[in-house]
Design a protein around this ligand. Structure first.
Ligand SMILES: Nc1nc2c(c(=O)[nH]1)N[C@H]1C(S)=C(S)[C@@H](COP(=O)(O)O)O[C@H]1N2
Ligand SMILES: [Mo]
Length: 228
């Protein structure tokens, strides 16, 4: 893909482990497989031991855009389209309330973010379990993550553990995260944050990239060293 990058983004050759620094030292407990809990505004709560079982698998190359302005092009993800999972598993098994417009996604490391269901149903949104044909690594969301290329990286939740249907919009916590977590975070519209305009956040975030990449890499190295 040689199309222009979205506004304010710069390509990076590597794909670093990244996130909000409080999460750098938090890791999932289950890295091979993880039951997916479905709860909230549903008729039936469900615990899916193998969420993708029996669903059509797809491979998709898509660009990844972190809100801090780095992008990594043409990542090769494998998994299941969220729209298929919704139609074939969530609707029949959990029966979400018809007035539930949001899903709060929760991860094994405590990270969470909400998305509009209509955004999750876009054809390029995946529940991904492979990258470059290999099972997801600890760095990139093992065992299961969301891939939503039209939305900033912070909506692409790693180590997915729970989907919570919501009628009301989610109020992010801690309070400072409320400024960062735009309800939709569409890259094409530069919806980087909730309060400040995207063009301003570019300049605030860009200087933080190098240090954050190092912090996340060092935390992973310590974690993997500690297990030996
Ligand atoms: N569980 C979890 N998911 C997360 C994050 C996190 O810290 N924890 N960080 C988000 C942010 S800000 C980005 S840019 C991407 C980074 O994905 P990567 O580490 O695979 O590059 O993950 C997103 N999803
Ligand atoms: Mo990010």
């Amino acid at each position: 893909m040689n199309t222009a990058l979205p506004p304010g983004q710069r390509a990076r050759a590597d794909f670093p482990r990244f996130g909000l620094t409080p999460y750098a030292d938090r890791f999932p407990r289950d890295t091979q497989a993880c039951a997916l809990h479905v709860s909230g505004a549903v008729e039936h709560e469900a615990i899916l031991a193998d969420a993708l079982a029996g669903l059509p698998r797809v491979e998709q190359a898509s660009d990844f855009h972190c809100v801090t302005t780095w992008s990594c092009r043409a990542l090769r993800w494998g998994g299941v389209r969220f729209v298929d999972f919704h139609e074939q598993v969530l609707l029949p098994r959990a029966r979400p309330r018809t007035d539930a417009r949001y899903v709060l996604l929760r991860a094994q490391d405590g990270y969470r973010t909400a998305m509009l269901i209509e955004d999750l149903l876009a054809p390029d949104v995946l529940l991904a379990d492979t990258l470059d044909g290999q099972p997801l690594t600890l760095a990139h969301g093992a065992p299961l993550r969301l891939v939503a290329p039209a939305h900033y990286g912070y909506k692409n939740l790693k180590h997915l553990a729970r989907l919570e249907f919501r009628v009301e919009a989610h109020r992010p916590r801690p309070a400072w995260f409320r400024f960062m977590d735009h309800p939709r975070a569409r890259v094409a519209l530069e919806e980087r944050g909730r309060v400040f305009p995207g063009w301003l956040l570019r300049w605030l975030y860009r200087p933080l990239v190098g240090g954050t990449v190092r912090t996340f890499a060092q935390a992973l190295a310590r974690h993997e060293g500690g297990k030996r």
